[in-house]
Design a protein around this ligand. Structure first.
Ligand SMILES: CC(C)(COP(=O)(O)OP(=O)(O)OC[C@H]1O[C@@H](n2cnc3c(N)ncnc32)[C@H](O)[C@@H]1OP(=O)(O)O)[C@@H](O)C(=O)NCCC(=O)NCCS
Length: 180
């Protein structure tokens, strides 16, 4: 129900709090793969932590300020995409993503982000999409490039991980530049 089939064959659906156990099992498979590249609060260790993540997104979605969507491959939750921020005031939003390692290289994320861009830029009349990643996250910047985003610039040493400050890239796509 409420699912969208991606060209990769994945299924994109809202990732709601009632899926916390399934999400926690997926995070167990993804944890070490995503840890260097995503915010620490996303890298949870148990079902309560997973439920808290989905609850935070649900609360903010209720205020039209965020959203999180899972990707299922052959019935297994393998990753997802999210509106990290969604501001109707400025008509700008930020998209994020993650996958467990076995699901890379199939186009799930490029296809799923395209769905979020179409929804936000076309259906909701938003103006500016942002993509933020560590400058050395080559697979993430490749997604932004593949989607036709422009590198706005680099925030120097803005991403601390384990005592090291990494550079952060900011990519964007404007409404007039999007072709579904
Ligand atoms: C960032 C991340 C989600 C990107 O995953 P990905 O698999 O490279 O991205 P996609 O799902 O869009 O797949 C693209 C790959 O599938 C291939 N592909 C196959 N079919 C495709 C299709 N229909 N459409 C697009 N690409 C397709 C592409 O050629 C590309 O392969 P390549 O890696 O050999 O160039 C993943 O590396 C990840 O989870 N990393 C850790 C967490 C993270 O960094 N999150 C982002 C924080 S900013």
């Amino acid at each position: 129900m409420f699912s969208k089939t991606l060209t990769s064959g994945g299924e994109l659906r809202p990732l709601e709090p009632w899926r916390a156990e399934e999400f926690a099992a997926h995070i167990d498979r993804a944890r070490e793969h995503i840890r260097p590249w995503v915010g620490p609060s996303f890298v949870t260790t148990d079902v309560d932590g997973a439920r808290a993540t989905l609850g935070r997104y649900a609360d903010r979605a209720a205020r039209d300020g965020a959203g999180i969507y899972g990707i299922w491959d052959d019935g297994v939750l393998v990753g997802g995409v999210m509106f990290v921020e969604f501001s109707t005031g400025t008509r700008s939003f930020e998209v994020g993503c993650w996958l467990e390692p076995g699901a890379e290289g199939k186009g799930h994320i490029t296809g799923a982000v395209r769905e979020l861009l179409a929804y936000a830029l076309e259906e909701r009349g938003m103006h500016r999409a942002e993509w933020r990643c560590r400058s050395d996250n080559d697979r993430s910047s490749a997604v932004a490039r593949r989607l036709g985003m422009t590198l706005d610039g680099v925030l120097r040493e803005a991403w601390p991980v384990g005592g090291v400050f990494y550079d952060k890239q900011v990519w964007s796509l404007l409404a007039g530049e999007f072709t579904a």
